[in-house]
Every structure is written in C-alpha cells, then in structure tokens.
Design a protein around this ligand. Structure first.
Ligand code: FES
Ligand SMILES: [Fe+2]
Length: 422
C-alpha cells in the first residue's frame, strides 16, 4: 500500500515539474529523465496518454473477408478488429464476458469468435450466440440478448485502421489533417499494402526515445555516415524543413531533400538507384524529398519517391518497446501494384531490408546509450539546436497530453499482459 501511494506521489511531483515547464514555455528543454525510466510514470502515460490517443492497428486490406480479424493491444487492452458479415470493420474488446479470458491473441479468420476457456461464442459483431450448459440454470435467451463484447471506436484513415479507447477523442482525420498534402498523388498509383513483419525483439528503451531517434534531424550526419548522406539535413540549397504545430495536431513532420530525384532505399541505405522504382504519379517536389511523419504513440510513416514505409510501435513498459517492422523484419510498405508484380520483387525487397538494417545497426547503440543516459544522476536538462525542432514539438505534444488529463485520472495498477509469452 505504501508503495502505491509513494508511486502516486512521485508521479504527482513529476507532473508539477511538467506544469512548470509548460508555464515557462520550456518544451525546449528535455523532459525530466524520470519520464523515461519510472514504471509508475509509464502507468500514468498508459492511462493519461495511450488510452486517449488513436492507435494504428493495421490496414483494412489485411482483413478483406467477413470473419477476418486482427488481434491488437491498445493501452494494454486486448482487442479484436473484425470484418463483419456486413463488410464493416469493428473493434471489439477481446475479453470474454463470462469470466474474462482473452478470446484470441493472434490474428486469424473465423465464422464466429469463440472463447477458448468454456467456448462462449460471439458473432462477428460481438453478440453472444452460444454459452454451453449455461441454459441449465440461466435464461439463456436473455443472457444472449444482454451480452455483447464492448465495442471500441474505430476509424479508417487512408486504409489504415485506427482505434481509440476514448469516446470523446476528436476524429482521427482531424488530428492528422497536416499529413494530407503528403498523400497527394500517391494513392493514384494503385497502392497495395505489404504489412509490417512483427519482431520478437524487445527494444530495451522507452517508447519516447524510439520516436526521438526517428524524428531527430541532427544525428544522421554523424551516426548515419554512409547510409544517410544521400538525404542530408544540411544542404546548400536547403536541408531539413519543419512544419508548425497547431493545437490538436497529432502528427509531427519534417522533410529532407534527396541528392538526386527518385532516390530511395538501397542495400547501402538511402541512395540511388533505389531498389523500388519511382512512383510515376508523384510531383517533381515529391520525387526529390523524404517526408518523415511521426504519429505518437504508435506509428511512423516515411513518404519516399518509391514507397510509403510505416512502422507500428508498441510501448511495453518504461524500459521496453517493440516495433513492427523494426527495419530488419521488413514490410510496412505501401507500393504500387506494378512494383509488387515485378519478377524480381523479392530481391528488391531484400535490398530494402538490408539497407534498413544497416541504418538500424547505427541507431541501436545510440538508443541504448541515450536510455543509459536517462538513468544517470548526471543526465542534463538539455538544450536543443536548430535541427531539433521536431523534438521540441514532440515535447510540446507530450506536455499537452500529460497535462490535459483530469486530475482524478490517477494511475491504476498495471494490467497483466493477456498473452504473456512463455
Ligand atoms: S471465460 Fe470465456 S467462456 Fe468462460
Ligand atoms: Fe537514426
């Protein structure tokens, strides 16, 4: 008991410091290091941030047929994203209404959703349709009438399925309106999704560090020598561009130029000629740049001249994160159908994975080092340079999320994983 209350006190003290940062417009300083290390603060984030955000859980074309479903976890809630017989996609709680077993932890296909424990069975819209032996003591017809898996909000955005646990959240498209111009001309190319391959690898750092590494325009020149020089943040004819944040924005964006139009991912990192051919429908400007879009807390997107590449990120704990694709496992691409049907597509995809792996191999040690730095008593308050605008924007986004939480939204006890690996 005393442990729980001291956790609450630590979080309350941290929130007070964050409030002071917001008052002094100090998003330009790093957040307190404890925001990256404390389990109690992660629990707070789960309830105050993750439970109120939109989370991408996959693409509509991954569940084309009635009965196809994706298993997902959002703010530690097990969910099933199901294509119904009416063609609609719904997000349902995966927690059985009998005694709370999780119905499925893997994606799949079924005519109905059957709990593995006592075989209570639900239709594809979550209504109870069978409960073996329950009719002996209970009015089964009434039980069926009143029992349904809770439905969670679910919206599509450019074919991506987003869910949120917050009924009051603004529509997903409203928060991502800033990204719209970057979609122009891509969908005219008849894009097909190649889902990201989930990785088993636990990334031993806080989820915020993962995003900071993605969005940091300062480090490629030093960390990514040989793999990122083709997409420089500094360039005589203009380097990185940043985009202002408006209230309600849920995306943070930067672009960098390419040294040559139509370049892209090669087996050596960003370069030319790219492994995937250029997308013919794009404008001249789009063929000369990369646009890096982060949609915290769970998604990044890169708009390149040859592909859209996305990664889905799951914060697991204060010190662990997973990603699909993790830049080694591959996938997470939207590609023109013509690219996918190239006879040597597999070899090209392998090149992209190789190039991504080389960049990732450079990021790994610095991410580990940054997490270790957060654990240090000598961790600095920090100062941001001219190439780190997106980090300041991320801090401002985080402060907004942390501090908009109602005062009574106290952190709750961490939920146990539904499908803990053996
Ligand atoms: S817990 Fe699901 S059927 Fe019993
Ligand atoms: Fe990097």
């Amino acid at each position: 008991m005393s442990g729980a209350s001291s956790s609450d006190t630590v979080v309350a003290t941290l929130l007070e410091r964050l409030r002071a940062m917001e008052r002094s417009d100090a998003a330009a300083s790093m957040l307190p290091r404890e925001c990256y290390t404390l389990p109690a603060f992660f629990d707070y984030e789960r309830d105050a941030v993750f439970a109120h955000c939109w989370h991408c859980v996959g693409r509509a074309e991954q569940i084309p047929e009635a009965g196809d479903y994706l298993a997902a976890r959002v703010a530690e809630e097990p969910l099933l994203i199901v294509r119904g017989t009416d063609g609609e996609i719904r997000a349902l709680s995966a927690v059985c209404r009998h005694r709370g077993e999780v119905i499925a932890c893997e994606s799949g296909h079924a005519r109905s959703l059957r709990c593995p424990l006592h075989f209570w069975t639900y239709d594809l819209e979550g209504r109870l349709i069978a409960a073996p032996r329950m009719g002996q003591q209970t009015d089964l017809e009434h039980l069926k009438k009143v029992t349904r898996l809770p439905v969670v909000r679910c919206e599509l955005w450019h074919g991506f399925i987003f869910v949120t646990l917050d009924d009051q959240a603004a529509p997903v498209a409203a928060g991502l309106s800033k990204v719209e111009p970057f979609w122009e001309n891509y969908e005219a190319a008849d894009l097909v999704g190649v889902p990201p391959v989930p990785s088993d690898q636990i990334l031993p750092w806080n989820w915020k560090l993962h995003f900071e590494n993605f969005t940091d325009a300062y480090h490629p020149e030093f960390v990514h020598r040989g793999t990122h020089d083709f997409a420089p943040s500094n360039h005589p004819s203009g380097g990185v561009s940043f985009f202002p944040m408006a209230p309600g924005d849920e995306a943070i964006i930067r672009t960098v130029p390419l040294l040559k139009a139509d370049g892209g991912m090669t087996s050596e990192g960003w370069g030319d000629p790219a492994a995937f051919p250029p997308i013919a429908t794009l404008s001249g400007a789009q063929r000369e740049r990369l646009a890096f879009v982060m949609i915290p807390p769970g998604m990044t997107i890169i708009f390149a001249p040859n592909a859209i590449a996305y990664q889905l990120i799951t914060p697991l704990s204060a010190l662990s994160t997973t990603a699909a694709n993790d830049r080694i496992s591959g996938g997470g691409w939207l590609l023109p159908r013509t690219t996918l049907s190239l006879p040597d597509f597999s070899a090209r995809a392998a090149s992209v994975r190789t190039g991504g792996s080389k960049i990732w191999a450079q990021d790994l040690p610095v991410n580990l080092g940054m997490q270790a730095g957060k654990q240090s008593r000598f961790s600095p308050d920090g100062i941001y340079g001219p190439l780190e605008t997106t980090l300041v924007q991320f801090n401002a986004w985080l402060l907004r999320k942390y501090l908009q939480t109602p005062a009574d939204s106290a952190p709750t006890k961490s939920a146990r994983p539904a499908c803990a690996s053996a």
